[in-house]
Design a protein around this ligand. Sequence first.
Ligand SMILES: NC(=O)C1=CN([C@@H]2O[C@H](COP(=O)(O)OP(=O)(O)OC[C@H]3O[C@@H](n4cnc5c(N)ncnc54)[C@H](OP(=O)(O)O)[C@@H]3O)[C@@H](O)[C@H]2O)C=CC1
Ligand SMILES: O=C(O)C1=N[C@H](C(=O)O)C[C@H](O)C1
Length: 242
Amino acid sequence: MARFGIIGSKGRMGQALAAAIAEAGHTLAGGVDAGELPGPLALECDVLIDFSAPTALDANLKAARVAGIPILIGTTGLEEANFASVEDAAKAIPVLQTGNTSLGVTLLSALVRQAAQRLGDDWDIEVLEMHHRMKVDAPSGTAKLLGEAAASARGVDLAQAMDSGRHGQTGARKPGDIGFATLRGGTVAGDHSVIFAGNEERLTLSHSAENRMIFARGAVRGAEWLIGKPQGRYTMEHVLDL
Ligand SMILES: NC(=O)C1=CN([C@@H]2O[C@H](COP(=O)(O)OP(=O)(O)OC[C@H]3O[C@@H](n4cnc5c(N)ncnc54)[C@H](OP(=O)(O)O)[C@@H]3O)[C@@H](O)[C@H]2O)C=CC1
Ligand SMILES: O=C(O)C1=N[C@H](C(=O)O)C[C@H](O)C1
């Protein structure tokens, strides 16, 4: 049994996490939201879980670092500078950062990597995602994670290959690009498809989240795994030994 702290505790994920922490028999030490400091909470916890906003990241990493505890970052919409902060913190404490904590998407990303390796470069890769109307970042963290799995399998830099803004006279598809399309509406918890479009055939690998508990349970599993690990940067693939 461990003491968990939630950053973003009153949000959609924060509430699902509280249920998953109780379900797993752990103690909820407390939570913070916008305008509250994570430092005092971190001193009462064995692990922090952050599903809040990119602007909170540096303070959350610092709090975990000062307390000497691991932190799982599920917040999406992170930029280059955020990833640099994660790398820096991971020199001192265990940090698991992922765009999706679910078992299904973690496995999907391994399958995408395999498909991208085995299918030739003439198979175009497109990533499609749909989320609820309240989501504030695009493309989703999961879409980027899946795009990254495909790009790394092909030995290309996703930042160079990513095409996420098609509109108007785009010209023909650039060979090697990885396209992203974003849909928003209703209460969709999270749908992702990676489409490999070849000549006269198409392979689609998909995942549908039916509710947020899959992310919350995965985050609890990841946080349990993180406790006692040496400093370093981890992903859900480490947790599932993929
Ligand atoms: N990795 C994964 O598997 C998943 C990731 N996510 C990501 O998690 C994040 C949260 O999603 P969701 O719960 O739907 O969003 P919500 O908007 O419902 O909740 C966000 C919470 O974070 C709080 N918050 C905002 N800014 C800060 C801050 N500076 N410090 C502390 N807390 C803050 C908000 O507090 P207040 O209300 O006071 O502003 C709110 O309680 C998003 O980035 C989302 O994409 C979501 C699902 C799964
Ligand atoms: O904001 C959400 O809701 C979700 N965000 C994550 C993302 O950006 O991929 C994960 C999940 O799909 C739900």
